[in-house]
Design a binder for this molecule. Structure first.
Ligand code: GLU
Length: 421
């Protein structure tokens, strides 16, 4: 992604500012990250050669609590991308009223090219390289694209070795055996389903069995496809980085999930017809659900979108230009910082459990996730109606007002940091 990514993200923040109360000083503070670290991670590969990987950790803001956000493994990871993702986390955690700020990390790597032991050495090496800037009270990583509980388990263990003591709250999304909570792996899609159900009467009134096209069949996308199918939706198209599959009558999602699990991709699908990746974005559907990477819908293809509503499960799948084009075309957009906030919300439960030494049941996780998602979705809808705003702007206004309150409560000194850096 380009250096413009952060600028493009800041456009949405700027659009919300006239509708929210935030001091000029605080606005300026939020236009740049608190701190950014770039590290080089040397990894001994299985063939004996040494490879050096670039890694990043950005603490964008920590006004409301420790920075919080995932770690991404992808060949296209850059400092600009990680900074932008950390920027979005800042507003996501405020929107959900979690006691966190925003952070993000990443390593420029194609994890599919690494053996399991190379991946473990990279994960431990990266964690060791960022160990000085993270911690349960300062910055708490979690999974993101291509990292999951296995990687988080290695990282938590590496941190314990470095600090010579147990600090399970240093990362979330860990395996259950290492202090994870039940329901974290399905949290993003579960949260998205709660948002969908809450906004559906408003964005798709009177549609009993809505159709959906889903771009991205990773953790969030594939679980959401399954969740939608069992809630009476028709998933008519899905895609991953190797194939896009379409069936206007509705795809057999369990068969595709099984195919993806056994072969590692959607290529040569057992059901449906293969279509072009861009074609999926232009299908006539009730809902288009980008659940892959940022910038999927942009000025070059937004005019071809024929969906009634876009649900952003990925972080930042629409550029600011695409937002404008879709708005003019009357396509409603339900924003990422709300739709995909289920993951970080359950991370909060895990962090709380780790710090109190308690265990949370799956029932408690599910109940509290639903409460958080439905409450904040309703708050965004009410704000949008009250102030006549697009849903994205309303979500930002809601988040900015929470940030603003915390900044005001700390006073001007807050602009100069909390003393832990
Ligand atoms: N990577 C997820 C996100 O973008 C989860 C972050 C977390 O749990 O801290 O929201």
């Amino acid at each position: 992604m380009t250096e413009d990514l952060l600028e493009d993200a800041i456009v949405r923040f700027e659009e919300a500012l006239p509708h929210a109360e935030l001091s000029e000083d605080a606005c300026d503070r939020l236009r740049a990250p608190v701190s950014s670290l770039k590290v080089s991670v040397p990894v001994r590969m299985d063939d004996g050669k040494l490879r050096i990987f670039s890694g990043y950790r950005v603490r964008y803001d920590d006004t409301r609590g420790p920075a919080k956000g995932g770690i991404r493994y992808h060949p296209a990871v850059t400092a600009a991308e990680v900074t932008t993702l950390a920027f979005w986390m800042t507003f996501k955690t405020a929107l959900m009223d979690l006691p966190f700020g925003g952070g993000k990390g990443g390593v420029a790597v194609d994890p599919k090219q690494l053996s399991a032991s190379e991946l473990e050495r990279l994960s431990r090496g990266y964690l060791a390289a960022i160990a000085d800037v993270i911690g349960p009270n300062v910055d708490v990583p979690a999974p993101d694209v291509a990292t999951g509980e296995l990687v988080m388990g290695w990282m938590a263990h590496e941190y314990a070795k470095i600090r010579r003591g147990h600090h399970p709250g240093v990362v979330t999304g860990k395996p259950l055996a290492l202090g994870g909570v039940p329901g974290r792996t399905s949290a993003t899609s579960d949260g998205a389903l709660h948002v969908l159900r809450t906004v559906q009467p408003r964005v798709l009134p009177g549609v009993d069995h809505p159709s959906a096209a889903i771009q991205g069949f990773g953790n969030a996308g594939s679980q959401l496809a399954a969740g939608l199918a069992s809630s009476g939706w028709r998933g008519i198209a899905v895609s991953d980085s190797s194939a896009a599959i379409h069936d206007p009558k509705g795809l057999d999602i369990p068969a595709l999930r099984e195919h993806k699990t056994s072969t590692g991709s959607l290529a040569d699908p057992p059901v449906g017809e293969e279509i072009g990746a861009e074609e999926l974005l232009c299908l006539e559907v009730d809902a288009l659900i980008p659940a892959a990477l940022e910038g999927a819908i942009h000025a070059g293809n937004a005019e071809k979108v024929r969906a009634r509503v876009v649900f952003e499960v990925a972080n930042g799948p629409l550029t600011a230009d695409a937002d404008r084009i879709l708005d003019e075309a009357g396509v409603e957009v339900v924003p990422d910082i709300l739709v995909n906030a289920g993951g970080v919300t359950v991370s909060w439960f895990e962090w709380v459990a780790n710090r109190t030494g308690d265990r949370w049941t799956e029932e408690a996780v599910r109940r509290r996730l639903e409460e958080r998602m439905v409450t904040e979705t309703k708050a965004v809808l009410a704000l949008a109606d009250e102030r006549e705003l697009r849903l994205r702007t309303a979500a930002y206004v809601h988040a900015i007002e929470r940030l603003s309150e915390a900044m005001d409560a700390k006073g001007t000194a807050a602009l100069f940091g909390d003393g832990d850096r």
